[in-house]
Ligand binder design. Sequence first.
Ligand code: NAP
Length: 254
Amino acid sequence: MLARLGLGTVQFGMHYGISNHLGSPGETEIAAILEHAVASGVGYLDTAFAYPNSEALIGRHLAPGSNLKIVTKTAPVASIGTARDPKAAILDAVASSMDRLRVDRLYGLLVHHATDLGKLGWESLVEALDEAQSRGWVSHIGASVYNEAELELVESRFRPDIVQGPINVLDTRLLSSKCFARLKAGGTEMHARSVFLQGLLLMQPSAMPAFFAGEGCACVAAGIMGGAGDQSSCRMSRLCIGTARHRRRDRRRQ
Ligand SMILES: NC(=O)c1ccc[n+]([C@@H]2O[C@H](COP(=O)([O-])OP(=O)(O)OC[C@H]3O[C@@H](n4cnc5c(N)ncnc54)[C@H](OP(=O)(O)O)[C@@H]3O)[C@@H](O)[C@H]2O)c1
């Protein structure tokens, strides 16, 4: 099971997350987190060119030769349609990601902003992904999406090996989309992110920001957790992870 879990690393270099009261971890803590992930058999690391310092911190503190499958994302290319050589710029950025990560091969390279695939010059992005793959820099290419419309846009542009998107107990829209089912049937790996909604779903309702008070999220969390304490938090985290694995269990039952 742990081999199918990934560690998100945007928090390594920036204060991120609704439940984050401590800011980003220090280098010693990052080294310990990575060591623990490797020792426990976690399968993937998610990072991005644009996550401040994240790739460099991983490069400095991840033990060389670890089995973690590293997935990073393309750098933003301003005015992709008018840039002089956008494909070369994207490939240069991939090379610098690998330098910072201190690896000579990546498991995955995702288009960070799927909407770029709808812009003038989108072909350069797909050509850069293909080129990175044929040069042997990455074994899987794909995209990160926020919703079904972006998923359909990705599907219309290339055949992704990986698609990453938000799936959680309050948002199962991707799981029920036809495009998701088609891609999955064709062998695309679906990487669920934000399964805890940045930690919101594991917060005690009383600690949630006022925006979530009353109806909606707080009520759902309170109802599912049914009280305070570590046990309920543990139940909730299992429910969150179970939601992200929903389709696979369904298929096994057939
Ligand atoms: N466009 C994109 O490609 C994109 C967008 C968003 C995120 N991501 C990736 O997805 C990763 C995760 O993002 P996310 O924040 O949305 O993910 P998430 O998995 O929904 O939430 C992670 C947060 O949940 C909290 N948490 C986890 N286990 C907990 C527990 N047992 N008890 C209490 N709190 C717990 C932690 O908060 P604390 O840190 O406060 O403990 C943790 O930071 C990012 O690091 C990034 O790599 C990618």
